[in-house]
Design a protein. Sequence first.
Length: 283
Amino acid sequence: MNRTAVTMLWFAALLFQGCAQVPTVQSRAGMAERLAEAHGWNGTVVEGSRFQLQAYGPAVADPIRHLRVYVEGDGLAWLSRSRPSRDPTPITPTGLQLALADPTGNAVYLARPCQYRYGPACAPEYWLARRFSPEVVTVTGQAIDQLKQRYQSESVILVGYSGGGAVAALVAAQRSDVRALITVAGNLDIHLWTQHHDITPLTGSLNPADHAQSLQLIPQWHFTGGKDAIIPPRIAGAFTRRFAEQAPVQILTLQSYDHYCCWVDQWPQLLGMTGLIQSLEEY
């Protein structure tokens, strides 16, 4: 049993507190569908070069000038000490919940490869060691292009939860249309993260911290939880130290928050308290 499996089991134990068994893929997908429908959102499948990605968003009406794209976390990666999950669809779709809680009404949700949509290219490596691989970044960018076209958007604001924060940062580093980057409990330095937990490096994945130079001019807000034992604040701290002093990058640490609590419940208030919505309109 390798060290990655041991730590991921610990992560799963935190996630499954109070759960007798892992919900089926159908029930996990059904939860996301019900959440979206309750807000009047529609599901759509976005075709990429390697994967199909599940997206949810409001019906297309007027153009959304600055589209907020919420990228989901890593989802369900491991089932036991030695057995990876056969399907990474999240038990609790925190990224979707954050998107639905966005008070601007300009948000859409984008799942990660193989979440909700399992295709021929899906293999455990894409939610394990290669979860932040170049092909994952490429297909996410392709999906964002299609969502921009669908909503007739000029630019995007990328919001990533947990591992989705790494994907959002890596995508932002390759684009010229990113108005802002926001992460929530984001994994922004995967090398430091694996060292922190003394686990095997994510071979085949890109590290957002290595791409900081390409992000220097993008306004960024990184939310961290003071009690987050999974991705502690020091991960975001190491990432932001890669930036010039004058770079428009902020860390906002909520001392009583952990990896799961209380981002969704407080999301509109957090955005309002920090002046984030107003600040975005100024750029």
